[in-house]
Design a protein around this ligand. Structure first.
Ligand code: ATP
Ligand code: MG
Length: 196
């Protein structure tokens, strides 16, 4: 009889996706022996609403999809883009949950600190185990009160989408920080012309 499926759920804005995301996802897939890690592209990341303009979700999904097509075990997931509106991980986990499947919510340590502020945090906690990868600046922070998670070993990469948007806007080098498919997509669609 086949064993239970083990899926990693890696949510994000991915504006743009970068090697920090990819290295983290691969590390968690390896360490937790996951069948697949889904990159769940947020349609409207409501907690970032005041942070400047966010690239339309079809473009952010397009970049993730361009990177991951043909990569074994890492997959672009458009469930939140198709649902539309504000994106809540509680809804996504409820849709992906299945009797023969274990879900692992993958988070960088900065995002993990914010879990109590999410929409319906109790449902998030009920549906998935939490796997946290370190991020420079918040790598060793303890879980918020009432939360538990497992920390997954992963190379620390001091890189963010915010930094990359600024680099694209001023024409600074981005090679090796994002896959070539992202550079091609950004150039083709004229994204990130202005700094935030
Ligand atoms: P922004 O600067 O726009 O917030 P970001 O680089 O933080 O972008 P997000 O889309 O906000 O990327 O993050 C999605 C998920 O990826 C979060 O859980 C975040 O903690 C994690 N993450 C992002 N960058 C890294 C990194 N360099 N190392 C580990 N985890 C990361
Ligand atoms: Mg972020």
């Amino acid at each position: 009889m086949p064993g239970r499926e083990r899926w990693g759920i890696f949510g994000g804005t991915f504006d743009p996706p970068h090697i920090g995301h990819l290295v983290a996802a691969q590390a968690v897939r390896y360490e937790l022996d996951l069948d697949r890690v889904l990159f769940v592209v947020a349609n409207l990341p409501w907690q970032k609403a005041g942070d400047g303009s966010i690239t339309p979700s079809h473009h952010r999904f397009g970049m993730v999809d361009a990177i991951l097509s043909g990569v074994e075990g890492l997959e672009a997931c458009d469930i939140e883009v198709l649902r539309g509106g504000d994106s809540y991980m509680a809804d996504t986990l409820a849709e992906l949950e299945a009797p023969d499947r274990d879900l692992f919510l993958v988070l960088g340590s900065d995002a993990a600190q914010g879990l109590p502020t999410w929409n319906r945090p109790d449902e998030v906690r009920r549906c998935a185990e939490i796997a946290v990868v370190g991020r420079p600046g918040s790598a060793h922070l303890a879980p918020p009160h009432g939360w538990t998670w497992r920390v997954v070993e992963c190379p620390l990469l001091d890189l963010s989408s915010t930094e990359l948007r600024a680099r694209f806007a001023k024409g600074a080098p981005v090679e090796f920080l994002v896959p070539d498919a992202v550079i091609e997509y950004v150039n083709h669609h004229d994204l990130y012309r202005q700094a935030d």
